[in-house]
Design a protein around this ligand. Structure first.
Ligand code: SF4
Length: 351
């Protein structure tokens, strides 16, 4: 079965090569790592531009380690999951400060880097070092649970283990990099979540799901995502061409990024004038302002939260006091120097 699978898969991939951002550049651990982490966030087409810009500014691990976290976040702006950008930065520092600038080769050593889990470690180990570690992402789980007839949940650790064991078995005798690339592409293009192309599939002859007419039933998934609704009212306070921004801390979303001060409520309804006045006074020391406009709600869906954001534009009529710790008045022409979440960049433009 292993030979059949790998031979057919690799033959298919020769005729269906999907270019990747690092195809024409260096294929070392650093480039593979950056590319894989970016591509986990987004589709290849969108990630491509991010990757090229990121690599142009941070061409090697030393350049990334030497940058400020703020700059790294700025190059990540719009991709979401900002903890991944923070981890890239931390890991680069670790490689430079503790490992002499050299990426570890061994899978288990790679996993000691911040933010590097099984998937990324396997990608680096196989693509950069040619080691036999199968990558197991959603595409791979789908292909193999159908092909091998795995009927347990792929979301459980036991499911992950089963698929990993099967992938390891099927990979035997093939180039790990070619095999990994091929199976991920195959899952994205042929064995798709809906309407897989079974009748044209080179694996159908031995595919369990196809032969047993249960393609639609596999893979089995059990985890239900709980999704919290949040209502964020951004107070876009302006004073003489400057906007007040807050650098977010704590454990909430957007840590390290800048946003206008946020009032969180239980609905998209405008907060009352009394509430806004109290907040503006607390932030600026004055309650003399004009509330000039409020945007319509904008919605952004994150993995576990759905954000409803509204932007309330408020012009101060009196000079504000000194900004509180964590807050900064920024001239609007310099806003792009501050990493901000996508919702704020798109919805919070000054009038
Ligand atoms: S036959 Fe269908 S279900 Fe089986 S591997 Fe091919 S595309 Fe996927």
């Amino acid at each position: 079965m292993a030979t059949f699978f790998a031979t057919r898969l690799l033959a298919w991939t020769r005729d269906n090569h999907r270019p990747l951002p690092w195809d024409n550049g260096p294929r070392d651990a650093y480039h593979v790592w950056i590319s894989e982490v970016i591509m986990q966030q987004t589709r290849i087409v969108q990630g491509w531009d991010y990757y090229l810009k990121f690599i142009e500014r941070f061409p090697d691990v030393g350049a990334l380690a030497g940058a400020t976290q703020e700059e790294v976040l700025r190059y990540w702006q719009g991709l979401g999951y900002y903890s991944r950008a923070r981890n890239l930065h931390k890991a680069a520092k670790m490689v430079v400060d503790e490992l002499g600038g050299v990426f570890p080769h061994a899978f288990e050593e790679l996993k000691k880097l911040p933010g590097v889990g099984d998937y990324t470690a396997a990608a680096i180990a196989s693509f950069a070092f040619g080691l036999k570690h199968p990558v197991v992402d959603g595409n791979v789980k789908r292909v193999l649970s159908r092909f091998g007839g795995y009927e347990g949940s792929i979301d459980e650790p036991s499911g992950h283990k089963e698929i990993l064991a099967l992938a390891t078995k099927l990979m035997k005798g093939s180039s790990p990099a070619d095999f990994n690339q091929a199976i991920m592409n195959f899952g994205a293009l042929v064995c798709t979540p809906k309407n897989p192309q079974c009748t044209a599939c080179p694996l159908s002859k031995k595919c369990y799901a196809y032969r047993n007419e249960c393609v639609d039933a596999l893979p089995v998934r059990t985890k239900k995502k709980t999704n919290t609704l949040r209502y964020l009212h951004f107070l876009v306070l302006s004073w003489r061409g400057k906007i007040l921004l807050h650098q977010r801390g704590g454990k909430d979303i957007w840590r390290g990024l800048y946003t206008p001060p946020i009032l969180e409520t239980r609905s998209t309804r405008k907060p009352t004038l009394k509430t806004v006045t109290a907040e503006v006074r607390s932030l600026t020391g004055t309650d003399r302002f004009e509330w000039t406009d409020s945007s319509d709600p904008v919605i952004q869906v994150l993995s576990h939260q759905t954000l409803h954001g509204r932007f309330h534009h408020i012009e101060l009529l009196k000079k504000p006091g000194k900004a509180r710790e964590g807050f900064v008045w920024v001239p609007t022409r310099h806003l792009d120097d501050f990493p901000r979440p996508k919702m704020v960049v798109e919805g919070g433009k000054p009038e």
